[in-house]
Design a binder for this molecule. Structure first.
Ligand code: TYD
Ligand code: MG
Length: 459
């Protein structure tokens, strides 16, 4: 066999180069050349071999439901849409040290104890390190097949013999294949290894879970193409300063993408959090100016969080707008609507917004809670501590109802809240909820502001 000569393909325009260069001559883009193995079996001439053709079927045929492997971890099942799917590839991304290896070793151990054949292949930690972690997680006796390896060839050969149902690769960035000359961790290596592993998963009907590290700007280091190759992409996020971690689906071919799983990092690994609202509201004291509880929805689950705003005179120059846990564009919009429709001016004032506990909210229904927090801070009056707020604000200053109002109200009532400030159409809320919660219906933003002003006057 002759030596394989690799080619370099521009990821922007597709031009093939014989040598690597920093800049593509053809389109002028920088840093877009990626090493590839040329297709060995490509037909030499332009003539195509005749094939049998594809078989067409009806849309209305019966297909068996996707079978699932129960991971034994309810929160993980929820995010994957009911468990792992055989013959699929899953990517779990997250910052280093957030707990990806812990979660997967725990899942692996739980599944192995339930009779699922699992393999855990680590390219980052030694066998001794993993054993130590397993001991800490009380998983030392789980029949998991463990290996420390980074070369793809031996891994695939080993898997062919071992035939597991679930394989964990920790992490995709440490793998390399000798088909490419590039160093491990480079785009070309990561892509080639991910491709090979997904092909293996489909062919052998195995569920493969790849761990990927995320760079500072939130991308999975190396190629985003891995995201396209796999069937599901989950992100494990959270603040290292906080104990809880959130597993969020970004793409899922077999389930919803808006579900979250909540965990708490403890002495013996990750614990499932079945009631996230209680966790996020933990440590909340008496009513404070600028703090408002938002009744949100994460996937199918209502989650209450505290939104905190601080409006302070700007020390110098351009006022600051700092946001943690919410979209800064959305804050600018709420500020503009408050200014234009309610005459509340934030010019010359710094505005800080924080979602307590480190949760990231991306629901538009948080608009009203943000506006209420801002108003509470600027008028220097606390909102009643037993109230929750939600609703979407439009540019005209109208407040729209949010989806699944009843679920939000029910969660608020369950946690002992007594009032809801929201755009709730009275006919949709059930009698049972209105008997537990007083609904202060808000139709426009000026209504909210006059309510806060009235509170300030009564103070
Ligand atoms: P790890 O799973 O190694 O993170 P990743 O694989 O995402 O890089 O998590 C390591 C962190 O978790 C480390 O800071 C210690 C902490 N930890 C606990 O607090 N409790 C535990 O039981 C374990 C195993 C880890
Ligand atoms: Mg790790």
């Amino acid at each position: 066999m002759g030596k394989i000569v690799n080619i370099f393909v521009c990821q922007s325009c597709g031009t093939v180069h014989g040598k690597w260069a920093g800049r593509c001559d053809s389109c002028g883009q920088w840093n877009t050349l990626v090493e590839e193995v040329p297709a060995q079996n490509a037909p030499k001439s332009g003539k195509r071999k005749k094939t049998r053709g594809i078989d067409f079927v009806d849309l209305s045929g019966t297909s068996a439901d996707v079978p699932r492997i129960d991971t034994g971890i309810e929160e993980l099942n929820r995010v994957t849409g009911g468990g792992l799917v055989p013959g699929s590839a899953l990517l779990i991304g997250g910052d280093p040290g957030i707990g990806k290896s812990t979660l997967l070793l725990q899942a692996c151990g739980t599944m192995a104890k339930r009779g699922v054949k699992t393999a855990y292949i680590s390219g980052e930690e030694s066998i001794a390190q993993i054993r130590r972690r397993a001991k800490r997680l009380d998983m030392a006796d789980a029949p998991v097949d463990l290996a420390a390896e980074t070369s793809l060839g031996p891994i695939l050969d080993g898997l062919m013999v071992n035939k597991p149902d679930v394989v964990i690769i920790d992490s995709i960035q440490t793998l390399w294949t000798d088909l490419l000359g590039a160093a491990p961790g480079t785009v070309a290596q990561v892509r080639a290894c991910a491709q090979e592993l997904t092909r293996y998963a489909k062919k052998r009907n195995v569920c493969i879970i790849l761990v990927g590290h995320v760079t500072k700007d939130g991308q999975i280091a190396g190629p985003r193409v891995v995201e396209h190759m796999v069937d599901a992409v989950l992100y494990f996020e959270g603040d290292r300063a906080h104990q809880f971690r959130i597993l969020r689906a970004h793409k899922n071919r077999f389930g919803p993408t808006d579900e979250i799983g909540v965990f708490e990092m403890g002495e013996k690994g990750l614990y499932e959090v079945t009631n996230p609202s209680a966790l996020f509201l933990d440590g909340r004291g008496e009513s404070v100016c600028g703090a408002v509880v938002f009744a949100g929805l994460e996937g199918t689950r209502p989650v209450l969080t505290e939104i905190q705003a601080l409006v302070a005179p700007a020390a110098f120059g351009t006022p600051r707008r700092a946001v943690v846990g919410w979209d800064s564009g959305r804050l600018a919009m709420v500020l503009a609507v408050l200014e234009a429709r309610c005459g509340v001016s934030f010019s010359g004032k710094d505005v800080y917004l924080n979602v307590a506990g480190g949760l990231k909210i991306n629901e538009p229904a948080a608009d009203l809670a943000v506006a209420a927090a801002l108003a509470s801070s600027i008028f220097d009056v606390p909102l009643p501590s037993d109230s929750v707020v939600f609703g979407e604000i439009s540019l005209s200053g109208d407040v729209r109802g949010a989806s699944r109002t009843d679920a939000r109200l029910k969660e608020a009532a369950k946690l002992g809240f007594k009032q809801a400030i929201a755009a709730v159409p009275t006919r949709t809320s059930s009698k049972k909820i209105t008997s537990q919660l007083t609904i202060r219906a808000i139709k426009t933003l000026p209504e909210l502001i006059s309510r806060v002003e009235a509170l300030a006057e009564a103070q």
